[in-house]
Design a protein around this ligand. Structure first.
Ligand SMILES: Cc1cc2nc3c(=O)[nH]c(=O)nc-3n(C[C@H](O)[C@H](O)[C@H](O)COP(=O)(O)OP(=O)(O)OC[C@H]3O[C@@H](n4cnc5c(N)ncnc54)[C@H](O)[C@@H]3O)c2cc1C
Length: 375
C-alpha cells in the first residue's frame, strides 16, 4: 500500500473510533481538549511535516492535507488546532529559530508537550497585513521592545510561545516587517480571556497586548526585512491546508445527509427517493469529487516544487465555498432536526464559517485568481 493510502487509513480509523465519539462533547464543553491534543502529539500529528532527526515523519504536502482532511471530518476544532500547531506555529521556529529555540519550543511542540501560536492579525490589520500592521519592534542594544496588539490568535490562551509579525521600520514598507518569537510570561505581554465565538468550539482564540515587552536579539526569526517574503513562501501551504480542512467538513456534511436521506421516511418513502433531495445529494457529491481533484492536484504541484499560486488560491476559494454549501444543504435535508443540538449538522454549519477567513477571504482569492489568469 502506498504511504499516502496507509496514512489515510490510519487517521481515518482514529477519527472514526476516537474523534467522532467525542466531537460533540468537545463542541459543547467549549474547552481545549488536552487529552486529544496530547494523543495527537503521541501519534506524531504535529511532527508529520518535519524531518525525522527531530522526531518527525518527513511527510509531503499531500500527506499533511490528508491528515487535515480526515481530522476535519471528525472535529473542525481539533483539526484547526492541529493544523495551526503543525504548519503555522512550529514553522518559523523550525526554519529560523536558534538551536535553543528548537530545543525549548519546537521539539516539545511537535511531541504535543507545548503549544505554539502564530500572530499576524491586528484590530486594524486583517486582510491588509502589509499596510495595516501597527505592532512595533524597536531595536535596542540588547534586543527588541514590542508595543501593540494582535487579535484572533488561535491557541493563544494556552500557548507557550508566539511567532509575532511586527513592524521594525515604517519607512521600508513590506521590507520593514519581521517575525519575532515571544515567550509566554515575558513581562509586558498580556493575553486576554478567550473569545466567545460561533464555531470551532474547543479551540480558542484571544487577543495579545504588548506593552514595552522586551525580547532578546536572537528572537528575531529570519533575516532582517524578509518577514513578508518568508510568509509569502508558505502562503500556498496555508491555503491548501484550509482547503483540506474544508474538504473534510464537506464530506462530513455529505455523509450525514446521505445516511439521513436513507433513514428519514415521509409519505411512506425514505426522503432520499424524492428527486428534490437527490438533486442536492448529486450536487454535493459532484462538488466534493471536484474538490478532491483540485486539492490533490495542487498538493502534487507543491510537492514537485512547482509554482502554484493560482491553483492554491482556487483550491482554498472553491473548497471552502463547497463546504459552506454542503453544510447549508445538509441543514435543509435534515429539516427541523438540523436545528437540534442532538444532531451534528448544526455544528458543521457553524464550523464552516471559520473556513472563510484564514488564508485569504473568498473575495481576495477571487481577485488573486483574476490576476493570475491575466487581469
Ligand atoms: C476562528 C479564527 C481563528 C483565527 N486564527 C488566527 C491566528 O491564529 N492568527 C492570526 O494572525 N489570525 C487569525 N485569524 C484572523 C484571520 O486571519 C482574519 O480574520 C483574516 O485575515 C481576515 O481579516 P479580517 O477578519 O480582519 O477581515 P477584513 O480584512 O476586515 O475583511 C472584511 C471583508 O472585507 C473584504 N475585503 C478586505 N479587503 C478587500 C479588498 N482589498 N478587496 C476586496 N474585498 C476586501 C474581505 O474579503 C471581507 O469580506 C483567525 C480568525 C478566526 C475567525
Amino acid at each position: 500500500m502506498k504511504s499516502e493510502e496507509l496514512l489515510r487509513k490510519t487517521i481515518s480509523r482514529f477519527v472514526d473510533n476516537e474523534l467522532i465519539p467525542v466531537a460533540r462533547e468537545i463542541d459543547e464543553k467549549d474547552e481545549f481538549p488536552w487529552d486529544m491534543f496530547r494523543k495527537l502529539g503521541a501519534l506524531g500529528a504535529y511532527g508529520l511535516r518535519y524531518p525525522k532527526e527531530y522526531g518527525g515523519a518527513n511527510a509531503n504536502n499531500t500527506m499533511f492535507c490528508i491528515m487535515c482532511e480526515e481530522l476535519a471530518r471528525g472535529s473542525m476544532a481539533v483539526a484547526a488546532f492541529t493544523a495551526m500547531q503543525c504548519l503555522m506555529g512550529t514553522n518559523f521556529i523550525f526554519r529560523y529559530g536558534t538551536a535553543q529555540h528548537k530545543e525549548k519550543f519546537f521539539i516539545p511542540a511537535i511531541k504535543g508537550e507545548k503549544v505554539v501560536a502564530f500572530a499576524l492579525t491586528e484590530p486594524e490589520a486583517g486582510t491588509d497585513l502589509f499596510g495595516g500592521v501597527h505592532t512595533t519592534a524597536q531595536k535596542v542594544e540588547d534586543g527588541y521592545i514590542l508595543n501593540g496588539m494582535k487579535t484572533w490568535i488561535t491557541n493563544a490562551p494556552y500557548a507557550d510561545c508566539f511567532t509575532v509579525l511586527c513592524q521594525t521600520d515604517k519607512t521600508k514598507g513590506a521590507k520593514g516587517l519581521n517575525f519575532f518569537l515571544v515567550e509566554k510570561g515575558t513581562p509586558g505581554l498580556s493575553i486576554s480571556p478567550k473569545f466567545s465565538k460561533l464555531g470551532t468550539k474547543g479551540t480558542d482564540v484571544s487577543e495579545l497586548a504588548f506593552e514595552n515587552c522586551h525580547i532578546p536579539l536572537e528572537n528575531q526569526l529570519g533575516a532582517d526585512g524578509r518577514g513578508i517574503s518568508n510568509l509569502t513562501a508558505i502562503l500556498a501551504e496555508i491555503r491548501i491546508m484550509t482547503a483540506a480542512l474544508s474538504l473534510g467538513l464537506a464530506r462530513a456534511a455529505f455523509d450525514a445527509s446521505v445516511q439521513y436521506a436513507k433513514e428519514r421516511v415521509q409519505f411512506n418513502k425514505p426522503i432520499g427517493k424524492f428527486q428534490a433531495i437527490q438533486l442536492k445529494i448529486g450536487t454535493m457529491a459532484t462538488e466534493i469529487e471536484a474538490s478532491k481533484h483540485l486539492l490533490y492536484h495542487t498538493t502534487k504541484l507543491l510537492d514537485e516544487g512547482k509554482q502554484c499560486t493560482k491553483e492554491a488560491s482556487m483550491a482554498k476559494y472553491f473548497i471552502s465555498e463547497v463546504a459552506c454549501r454542503a453544510a447549508d444543504e445538509a441543514t435543509r435535508i435534515f429539516g427541523a432536526y438540523a436545528y437540534s443540538m442532538e444532531y451534528p449538522v448544526q455544528r458543521f454549519y457553524r464550523d464552516t464559517r471559520f473556513l472563510l477567513y484564514g488564508g485569504g477571504t473568498s473575495e481576495i482569492l477571487q481577485t488573486i485568481i483574476a490576476k493570475e489568469v491575466g487581469l
